[in-house]
Design a protein around this ligand. Sequence first.
Ligand SMILES: [Zn+2]
Ligand SMILES: [Zn+2]
Length: 263
Amino acid sequence: MEIIVMGCGTSQGVPLVAHDNAGLDQANPKNWRSRTSIHVVIEGHHVQVDAAPEFRLQCLQNKIPAVDTFILTHGHADHVLGMDDLRQYCTNNGGAAIPVYSTEQGLKRVETIYPYAIGEAASPGYIALDLHRMPEELMLPGGGVVRSILLPHGSEPTLGLIFEEPSTGTKFVYYTDCKTVPTPAVNLALDCDLAILDGLRPNFHPTHMTIGKACEVAGEIRAKQAYITHMTYQIDYATYTESLAKEYPKVGLCYDGLRIKLG
Ligand SMILES: [Zn+2]
Ligand SMILES: [Zn+2]
């Protein structure tokens, strides 16, 4: 299984526009974060999780050759607004609609923003989306499995995702945009090879985990390796990488373009 971090910034991206971004070393490219999304290749099948406003650029920079399945974790703008740039992947699939899985609210948001892409309204050459509620267990072509569980995130619950690749026996957990990781989600994630966890910033936020809380969760789920995502400008890459290495040696920070192979 291969995981590509397409973006790991919070909803406004990093650095912030028209802001002093105090404490952030803008000379370090790892502090330039586009909005959060990942691409997972599992048993040779390409799964895109969310489409940030920078989705097109992220696909070019990371040389993403295909999107076979799309999972939208929730309907917030920073995760849904890049979906129109799935166009070329539809064309390359002979115009076939891309299967899209999300929460009830996430699917409603897709229908509101992209009515021209759904069902009979979909025209050749544009995006075509085939919408489905995300099941608890999604069997992918090739044999990969994605389990899901709802995570609290204010008024818009988020899909927590657990990827399991039978051929390598590897397990990857993706819990972005969540205030907490409730016990059932901890149990699903236990002993994973890799976890990518929401760790917005050091201080309290009503709908996201702090970086400290994310580190605690990494320990609770006994992740062999964990990375933090969805970060604000308050998290300077070099500063936090150094402090995490001392306190939580299994936890690191994502950066745009990070690739991790499991198995
Ligand atoms: Zn977000
Ligand atoms: Zn969100």
